[in-house]
Design a protein. Structure first.
Length: 337
C-alpha cells in the first residue's frame, strides 16, 4: 500500500500542486509560533518540550488517525496516507524556480536568471556569471529535492512498515520546518526563539536527517557515476558544512551536494552568496527551503553549464524511479508475507 500511496500523491502533486503561501504552510507557521511562545522559556528542557509539542504531537496524531481509519476501512486509511503525502511530498513545491531559471538561461537571458535566483534564495546575485548561476541552482535544487522528496520517502517508508502510516512523512517535514522557522525567526523583532530552542531544533533535525541524507547520496551514486560520486562523498563533503544542522551532523547537505558533483561530473562549491538585505521581509522564510551552504572550496569536475541542469533533472528522476522500485518490492513482500 505504501507504493500506491506515494504514486497517487506524486501524480496528484504534479496535477494540482500546492500554491506557495497555501493554507497548510500558514497553519504550520502558526502552530510553530504558538509552541515557541507558549513553551520556550529559554532552558534546554523547555526547548525539548516545545519541540515535542511542535513535532511529535502532530506525528502521533497522524499515526492515531491512520490506526483508527485502518480499523474502520482500509481505503480510508489509504486516502489519509495520500493526503498527508500530498502536503509533505513533491517537486512542485520548489521546482518552478528551477524551471524558470533554466528556461531563462536557455534563452540567453542571464539577467532574468539572476533575478529569479535572488528571489528564490533571498540573496544578492546581481554580479554572478553564467556558470555560477548554474552552480548555485544545482546546489540548492538537489538539497531541496532531498528535503521535499527523498527524505520524506525514507521516513515514510520506515514508519509505514511499522504500521504507523504516513507519520514518518510528518515527523521529517515538521522537524525540518521548525528548525528552519525557529532559526529564521531570530531575525524577526519580538518573535525570536531562544538559543536553547534553536539548538534543540537544529540538533534534532541533524539527527533525523542523518540517515536520509546518506540514502539520497547513495541513490544519486547508484543512478549516476557511482565511483566518482562515492569519491566526492568521501573526499569533499567536509567542504560543504550545513549551517542549519548541529555539529554532529553538519555535513548532511554537504554529502548530498558532493555526491551530486561526482554523479554528474560537475564542479560544485565556492563562495556563499550574500543575503540581499533589501529583500528581507515576510516572504523570506517562505522562499527559503534551506540555509545557504557556507562553501569555501570546489570539487573536481567540469565547469557548470546549462546542460548540467538537465543532467541533474535526470539524476533526480532516476532516483525517484529507484525509490519507487524499492517501495514496490517492499509492498509486494508484505502482501506475499
Amino acid at each position: 500500500m505504501s507504493f500506491f500511496a506515494v504514486l497517487f500523491a506524486l501524480i496528484l502533486e504534479q496535477a494540482r500542486p500546492l500554491a506557495r503561501g497555501n493554507w497548510v504552510h500558514a497553519v504550520l507557521q502558526r502552530w510553530a509560533r504558538w509552541a515557541r511562545r507558549s513553551l520556550d522559556a529559554g532552558k534546554p528542557r523547555h526547548g525539548w518540550l516545545a519541540w515535542t509539542c511542535a513535532v511529535l504531537f502532530p506525528t502521533l496524531v497522524t499515526a492515531l488517525v491512520h490506526w483508527l481509519l485502518w480499523q474502520f476501512n482500509v481505503l480510508l486509511a489509504f486516502a489519509w496516507s495520500v493526503v498527508i503525502l500530498y502536503v509533505t511530498l513533491g517537486f512542485r513545491q520548489f521546482s518552478h524556480y528551477f524551471t524558470d531559471i533554466r528556461d531563462a538561461l536557455d534563452d540567453g537571458n542571464e539577467e532574468t536568471a539572476r533575478e529569479l535566483l535572488a528571489q528564490w534564495r533571498q540573496v544578492d546575485a546581481s554580479e554572478l556569471p553564467r556558470s555560477e548561476i548554474v552552480r548555485h541552482v544545482i546546489e540548492y535544487s538537489v538539497v531541496a529535492a532531498h528535503r521535499h522528496v527523498f527524505g520524506v520517502l525514507g521516513w515514510f517508508s520506515v514508519l509505514a512498515a511499522l504500521g504507523l502510516g504516513p507519520a514518518g512523512a510528518v515527523l521529517y517535514r515538521m522537524s525540518e520546518f521548525v528548525a528552519r522557522y525557529w532559526t529564521y525567526s531570530k531575525s524577526a523583532p519580538g518573535d525570536s526563539a531562544s538559543p536553547a530552542l534553536q539548538q534543540v531544533a537544529t540538533q534534532t533535525w541533524g539527527m533525523i536527517d542523518f540517515v536520509p541524507a546518506r540514502l539520497t547520496s547513495l541513490g544519486f551514486a547508484v543512478v549516476g557515476s557511482f565511483e566518482d560520486a562515492i569519491d566526492a562523498w568521501r573526499n569533499y563533503s567536509q567542504r560543504f558544512p550545513d549551517e542549519m544542522a548541529a555539529a554532529t551532523a553538519k555535513r548532511n547537505d554537504g554529502i548530498i551536494v558532493a555526491a551530486t558533483s561526482g554523479a554528474v561530473n560537475v564542479r560544485l562549491g565556492g563562495q556563499t552568496l550574500k543575503p540581499a538585505s533589501s529583500l528581507l521581509g515576510a516572504q523570506e522564510f517562505q522562499a527559503s527551503d534551506a540555509q545557504n551552504l557556507n562553501m569555501t572550496d570546489s570539487t573536481p569536475g567540469r565547469e557548470p553549464e546549462v546542460a548540467h541542469l538537465r543532467s541533474v533533472v535526470g539524476l533526480v528522476w532516476r532516483s525517484v524511479v529507484l525509490w519507487m522500485v524499492l517501495l514496490a518490492l517492499l509492498t509486494l513482500a508484505r502482501l506475499l508475507g
